[in-house]
Design a protein around this ligand. Sequence first.
Ligand SMILES: NCCCCC[C@@H](C[SeH])C(=O)O
Ligand SMILES: [Zn+2]
Ligand SMILES: [Zn+2]
Ligand SMILES: [Zn+2]
Length: 234
Amino acid sequence: MDCGIHAREWISPAFCQWFVKEVRRIPGQITALILFLFLQSPAGYVYLWMWRKTRSRKSGSSCIGTDPNRNFNAGWCTTGASSNPCSDTFCGYSPESEIEVKNVADFIRRNKSIIKAYITVHSYSQLLLFPYSYTFELAATHSELLKVAEGASAALRSLYGTRYTSGPGAATIYPAAGGSDDWAYDLGVKYSYTFELRDTGRYGFLLPESQIKPTCEETMLAVKYIAAYVQKNL
Ligand SMILES: NCCCCC[C@@H](C[SeH])C(=O)O
Ligand SMILES: [Zn+2]
Ligand SMILES: [Zn+2]
Ligand SMILES: [Zn+2]
C-alpha cells in the first residue's frame, strides 16, 4: 500500500500512519502480509500545499515535476496524461523516469511473488477504483474486482454512512494512463485498488482536522475487508 504519492493529498499519509498503528495494535487480526510504502513527498512541507507532482527538473524546461501517477509503465502517456512538462499530469520523459516511481516499481517487481494485493491511497472524491484507467476495456477479473470493491465500500459506509462509488477508473473518474494500480494489475497483482478518500469537494485536499480520525477509521474497515477477501482467496 502506498500513501502520499501526490503531496497535496494530506489525508493519504495520515491514513497510512493510522493503518500502521492499527495493525500493530491488533497483531494477528490482519495476518495477510500487506506491504506498505510511504512515498513521503520529496518536496518537503512547503510544497505540500497544492503540489501534485514530483520535484524533478530537466534542462530545457523551466517547469518542475512529473505526475508520479502517470509515470508508471501502463499504457504510458496514451490517455489522460500530458507530455507537457508544465502540466499537472505530465507523464514524464519516459516511464519510471521518476526515482520515486522506479523505487516502488522495483520493489513490487522484486516481491511480486508475495504481494497479493496493491492499494494506493489518494484524495479526494470518495471513490474505490480498480483497473483499468488506461483503457475502457474491462479487466479480465472485472466482476471480482467490482464485487470486492462494493463489499469494501459497504463496510466503509457502515461506520459513518460515508458513500463511496466503486468502479473501473476510466469510466468512474476519468481515463488516466500510467497509473500504479493498472501497472501492478498487469504485472500480476490480482487485487489492485486506488482509494480516493474524503471528501467530495467541499474542503477537497484541505480536509478539516476533525475529519481525519473518522476518515481513517472508516477506511480501515474497507482495507480490512479487502485483506480478509484476499486471505480467503490466496
Ligand atoms: N490509475 C488511475 C486511477 C484513477 C485516478 C486516480 C487519481 C488520484 Se489523485 C489520479 O491519479 O488522477
Ligand atoms: Zn492522487
Ligand atoms: Zn485524487
Ligand atoms: Zn481503530
